[in-house]
Design a protein around this ligand. Structure first.
Ligand code: APR
Ligand code: PHB
Length: 401
């Protein structure tokens, strides 16, 4: 079996890359470990930067996103009983974000891929990148009990944090940067109208909370919880009661509750692997980096990696310029670190770190610094602009000649 770009993973990164490459006539095959339904069962975030939305349009898969996605001009940050609006549109010269679930994007991309007749092997086992430092890399894998080899020019490792791609880069070549946070987010999805027309990020003594949404009739809420908590510890009633304590009073009073469609706990982590390229293997999205969800950057950083690799592959094949692949890692990492810093900063300002050690200062001192930091940035238009321009997304970097 042969293709030009072999893609590992049918998450948003792999599917979006595959669709964009196909538009440029670049042949690609995706190998995915689980079934399509399993991929779609994972509830993830839902805030798309304009750059991401434009990329989905360029891929020709934007019809439902443009029809059903809600454009958000701003969001609120609540603390000490006050709500401060971050006017994204006003503060950034007209930029906004689109509220549209990652599951929906993934589904749209899967359907488009199927309709275009592009090949995807779901339930491909033991996918292994081979000879990535040579001119003839390949992927070996098992499919329906048979062994296969997929020969290719390049490999895109879009296989998420637990994938095989990152491990293919030898340890002595790879540097990993990490911060783990001393709490997780418990998420609840329900068919209830959202608490507010825009998202509300809530800083509270009892812990952080987020009121988000998927549509006019579907809400997504999160609570900061101790890492030791299990989903089974949290009945729906307990979740709603705790959420009401953390939301601003006017919002809590009008909150519509209902049975959960899904509840899960996710740990918070900042993680970056450098470099993001090794020979003919590229790491894309969660395979190379993880952010805490506080800045809504996970999916959007995956999209900027895809945009960069797409431009590179287009130049490789259309201008016969294979040397440009060496630009990938530096360009991708510059934007990744900006997103990492923003997500880390927002997480620090908005969560309650309790009695945890926070480096070389005690928890009470750290808390004072973070309370002051948030107050300062929310209290000035320039401060709010700093938040807004990062939330809508920094520009994508172009390749150099
Ligand atoms: N072989 C084949 N497929 C694999 C392998 C493997 N060894 N390991 C993982 N995969 C698949 C997973 O099953 C998953 O479907 O790769 C896919 C990776 O998808 P994601 O984890 O969603 O990662 P990515 O596509 O980079 O998406 C970016 O943005 O909002 C964030 O974390 C969120 O998933 C989101 C991410
Ligand atoms: C979500 O709706 O799931 C969501 C939105 C914004 C975030 C994180 C998660 O920052």
């Amino acid at each position: 079996m042969k293709t030009q770009v072999a893609i590992i993973g049918a998450g948003p990164s792999g599917l979006l890359l595959g669709q964009l490459l196909a538009k440029q006539g670049i042949d690609n095959i995706i190998l995915e470990r689980v079934t399509g339904d399993y991929v779609l069962g994972r509830i993830r975030a839902g805030i798309l930067e304009q750059g991401f939305a434009d990329l989905v349009r360029e891929a020709g898969v934007a019809e439902r996103m443009d029809a059903e996605g809600e454009v958000h001009d701003g969001f609120d940050i609540a603390s000490e009983g006050k709500r401060v609006r971050i006017d994204l549109k006003g503060l950034t010269g007209g930029k906004t974000v689109v509220c549209y679930g990652q599951v929906e994007i993934t589904q749209d991309l899967m359907l488009a891929r199927e309709a275009a007749g592009l090949q995807t092997f779901y339930e491909a086992n033991d996918v292994q990148p081979q000879d990535v430092k040579t001119d003839a890399p390949s992927l070996t894998f098992e499919y329906q009990g048979e062994s296969y080899r997929l020969e290719c020019d390049y490999i895109a490792g879009c296989d998420g944090f637990h994938g095989v791609s990152r491990q293919t880069i030898p340890e002595e070549v790879r540097t990993e940067y990490e911060r783990v946070y001393p709490f997780g987010w418990l998420g609840l999805l329900s068919d209830t109208p959202p608490a507010h027309s825009e998202l509300i990020y809530c800083k509270h003594e009892r812990g952080f909370a987020l009121a988000s949404m998927r549509s006019e009739t579907r809400s997504r809420y999160y609570l900061q919880v101790p890492l030791a908590d299990k989903v089974e510890d949290w009945s729906d009633d307990a979740f709603w009661a705790e959420l009401k304590k953390r939301l601003p009073q006017d919002i809590a009073e009008n909150l519509v509750t209902g049975p959960s469609l899904e509840k899960s706990i996710a740990p918070l982590r900042s993680f970056v692997c450098e470099p993001m390229q090794y020979g003919r293997l590229f790491l894309v999205g969660d395979a190379a980096h993880i952010v805490p969800p506080t800045g809504a950057k996970g999916l959007n950083l995956a999209a900027s990696d895809v945009a960069t690799l797409y431009k590179i592959m287009t130049r490789v094949y259309q201008q016969n310029d294979p040397d440009c692949i060496s630009q990938y890692s530096d360009i991708a990492l510059r934007r990744v670190w900006n997103g990492e810093r923003f997500s880390w900063w927002m997480s620090n300002m908005l969560h309650n770190f309790g009695q945890m050690e926070t480096g070389d200062m005690d928890a009470a001192t750290f808390k004072r610094f973070m309370d002051s930091e948030l107050g300062y940035f929310l209290g000035s238009e320039n401060g709010r602009r700093v938040i807004a321009e990062q939330y809508v997304g920094l520009p994508y970097e172009e390749l150099t000649d």
